[in-house]
Design a protein around this ligand. Structure first.
Ligand code: SF4
Ligand code: SF4
Length: 250
């Protein structure tokens, strides 16, 4: 993903906000700021360590997802190859993201949204892991080290978003950038291999009008500016986990 494409995605997202919000964004000169922020996911040289200078995150505008996020989930599956287990029942298959339907019991209003690891600033999954396999990178990406995961599944129980799953059987034809293993835990890793190459996560590419991705530490980044304008709700904000995945329209 080159930087022009990154800019294009962000511009589409901002323009898609519509109505008063879009007028406010354009009127404040935000589009110009977006252009200057296009390099925020520039490729990281392999010899440079990951630092906490950036914190990666995304804002998902649920009102712009006409399919409830199905295309995002499909792109994730394509990128990481989960869900192709031969023998598991559907309920047992590993997953990295899923579409969740929410219905207000009072009004019966329903909508769907994609739910993946929320990349919590204070991740309970990391706190409970006995081996350190469940870990958070300095740039906020939470992931599982398959080499030292012992499959105890404490992290699955600790995750309030049910964002993690378990591989029950041997896997074949794994993607080289996304190795997985029987008896270990699966979870969205924010497409860390793409980010380190200066590319957008697969699900973000799949929903260019509905998702904006970037550096939450930079107040001038496109994602920070968008959240300043339209908000960025957390699922279960009451838990105080300060998630890196935020939503608009929920
Ligand atoms: S959403 Fe779940 S798996 Fe992801 S960081 Fe938070 S607790 Fe961990
Ligand atoms: S960031 Fe990557 S791993 Fe996470 S849900 Fe999106 S496509 Fe899947």
């Amino acid at each position: 993903m080159n930087q022009n494409r990154v800019y294009e995605y962000r511009r589409n997202f901002i323009m898609s906000l519509g109505g008063v919000a879009a007028v406010g964004v354009i009127g404040s000169g935000f589009v110009l700021q977006t252009a200057s922020a296009a390099g925020e996911i520039a490729a990281k040289p392999a010899d440079q360590p990951v630092t906490n200078a950036k914190r990666w995150g995304m804002l998902i505008d649920v009102t712009k997802l006409t399919d409830g996020g199905a295309a995002m989930v499909a792109a994730c599956k394509q990128e990481h190859g989960w869900g192709d287990e031969m023998h598991s029942a559907d309920a047992q298959k590993a997953h990295w993201s899923r579409v969740v339907k929410v219905t207000d019991k009072l009004t019966q209003n329903s909508f769907s949204l994609p739910v993946m690891c929320q990349h919590c600033e204070k991740p309970p999954c990391v706190d409970v892991c006995p081996t350190g396999a469940s870990m958070k990178r300095a740039d906020g990406i939470v992931q599982v080290n398959k080499h030292i995961c012992i499959g105890c599944r404490y992290c699955m129980m600790a995750c309030p978003y049910k964002a993690r799953s378990f591989v029950h059987e041997p896997l074949q034809d794994q993607k080289p950038h996304s190795p997985r293993g029987m008896g270990t835990v699966e979870s969205c890793n924010m497409c860390v291999h793409r980010i380190d190459e200066g590319r957008l996560p697969a699900c973000v590419e799949a929903a260019p009008d509905a998702v904006i991705f970037g550096d939450l530490n930079d107040p001038n980044s496109a994602v920070s500016q968008a959240m300043k304008t339209v908000g960025g709700k957390q699922i279960r904000a009451d838990l105080g986990l300060n998630t890196g995945v935020r939503y608009h329209g929920i």
